[in-house]
Design a binder for this molecule. Structure first.
Ligand code: ZN
Length: 474
């Protein structure tokens, strides 16, 4: 989803780039139980998506109701306990928790593992293992900054059973804002909210979990999900959670994607891309803050690792491990070039209509990795030959995962962009995109049609229809 209005609903629209079977297709390998989108993926097609910054952050978490089964008295002021005492307890918890967080970040900065582990609950055996992994992961990343900010806590969030299990004189769950910036890649820090369980024992406070009561749709930092492997390219940073797919084997394709995009878009962007390679789909859903199985048919997603979309936000590409692997080398290059186009053009925080964002990304991808029209626009040509020439440029709804004519939407958007490039030159296509992108007006698209292309949208549509008929041989 390209979040056009900066709204705060975590509802990424799923979309697919249909139709781009490479000339040297791997042959038919239908997967009977799946619908047409997955079949296309199996054929080596670029499937992608842009996720707007899904809102799953602090407010959401802070407002999340506690476990309904919990008998805790966490309703502020609605209980009989005296507010001043509650406030004082809250301050004490915040001070104790903050000290733990400070120790953790200091230990990461000074690369002191025993200091880090000294504030991890000695009784939380499983968590100690993941804490060691997290410490190791942070050491592998080119971290510019790492901050943990104690935001809020909820003394009723832990069930009495859980509190009994933790023991100690006090235990509670706090929401902690994690800000982290990758040096040389991020203009601003990425942000997530981490639920941290604290326990005080014998006067000392420890962190006992980083994963308790995750709210649905809450994004998770990639380095909390398992051991990572990090590889640095000339233009890329690949972070793999998959011990079997080495990060460095993906660096060259990511580097090439950046070079291909720069060739079209120009040098006026960071020319850096960060790619996450999860080992499991659940890890992909974790970094995106997605519901389970939202992305079963999506090969890769471009998303801003922030709660509010903004130009300059840290943007990452996350691959769907299974589909990405199945794509083959050429398909992966098409997908990464497409996604990198979204990164370069700030598609996660842009007012450009979806047809232009997706069509342009495909234009760049298919310019870098040429494919035959007949296979790349197969569904569209079939429709055009059957007399179903599109009457308008594809609507945002046409790019929804559930859209029945999804491949045609991508194919017709791609060919709209290619027509502009063929008629006016590639530079004009880029200028057109930029004009719409920077426009703050609701008539930005119409204005760009007349000022950059010298025609109205309606005039363009007539030409585009003729172009599609000619290409399709209708
Ligand atoms: Zn896309």
């Amino acid at each position: 989803m390209i979040d056009e209005h900066g709204d705060t609903v975590p509802l990424p629209t799923v979309s697919s780039d249909g139709g781009a079977q490479p000339p040297s297709g791997d042959g038919p390998q239908p997967k009977p139980p799946f619908g047409p989108i997955v079949k296309k993926v199996a054929l080596g097609v670029a499937v992608c998506l842009v996720a707007g910054a899904g809102y799953a952050g602090l407010q959401h978490v802070a407002n999340a109701p506690a476990d309904p089964n919990s008998r805790g008295t966490h309703q502020p002021a609605a209980t009989t306990s005296s507010p001043p005492d509650q406030a004082q307890d809250g301050v004490q918890r915040a001070v104790a928790g903050d000290a733990v967080l400070q120790k953790l970040t200091d230990a990461v900065e000074t690369e002191n593992r025993s200091e880090f582990m000294s504030v991890i609950d000695p009784k939380a055996t499983a968590f100690r293992a993941s804490a060691r992994t997290i410490f190791g992961n942070l050491g592998k990343l080119p971290l510019g900054t790492l901050q943990l900010r104690y935001v809020s806590d909820d003394s009723g969030a832990l069930t009495p059973d859980r509190q009994a299990q933790l023991g100690g004189s006090a235990s509670w769950l706090a929401q902690v804002e994690v800000s982290w910036q990758l040096s040389g890649y991020d203009a601003t820090p990425a942000r997530e909210t981490l639920p941290v369980t604290f326990v005080t024992r014998d006067g000392k406070t420890y962190a006992a979990s980083f994963s308790e009561r995750f709210a649905t749709g809450q994004r998770q930092a990639v380095w909390t999900l398992g051991p990572i492997d990090v590889a640095k390219g000339k233009h890329s940073l690949v972070i793999s959670l998959d011990s079997e797919s080495e990060a460095k084997s993906y660096v060259s394709v990511a580097d090439k994607a950046v070079e291909s995009v720069t060739k079209v878009w120009g040098k006026n962007w960071r020319q850096k891309v960060i790619v996450y390679l999860p080992a499991k789909q659940s890890q992909m859903e974790g970094v995106l803050g997605a519901q389970p199985n939202t992305y079963t048919q999506i090969a890769a997603v471009t998303f801003a690792e922030l709660d509010t979309p903004a130009v300059g936000a840290p943007v990452r590409i996350v691959a769907n491990p299974k589909l990405f692997e199945e794509l083959g080398k050429q398909g992966r290059r098409i997908v990464l070039t497409h996604e990198t186009t979204h990164v370069a053009s700030n598609a996660t925080a842009s007012p450009v209509p979806l047809w232009l964002a997706e069509g342009f990304a495909d234009y760049v991808a298919f310019t870098a990795v040429p494919v035959q029209d007949a296979s790349a626009a197969k569904e569209l040509f079939k429709a055009v030959r059957a007399g179903k020439v599109p009457t308008a440029l594809p609507t945002p709804e046409a790019f929804a995962a559930s859209a029945t004519e999804l491949p045609q939407a991508y194919e017709s958007a791609w060919l709209a962009c290619r027509l502009i490039a063929e008629r006016e030159g590639q530079d004009k296509l880029v200028a057109f995109y930029r004009a719409v992108h920077v426009s703050k007006s609701s008539t930005g698209l119409a204005d760009a049609f007349t000022s950059v292309l010298g025609m109205t949208e309606a005039e363009f549509v007539v030409q585009w229809q003729k172009y599609l008929e000619r290409l399709a041989g209708a």
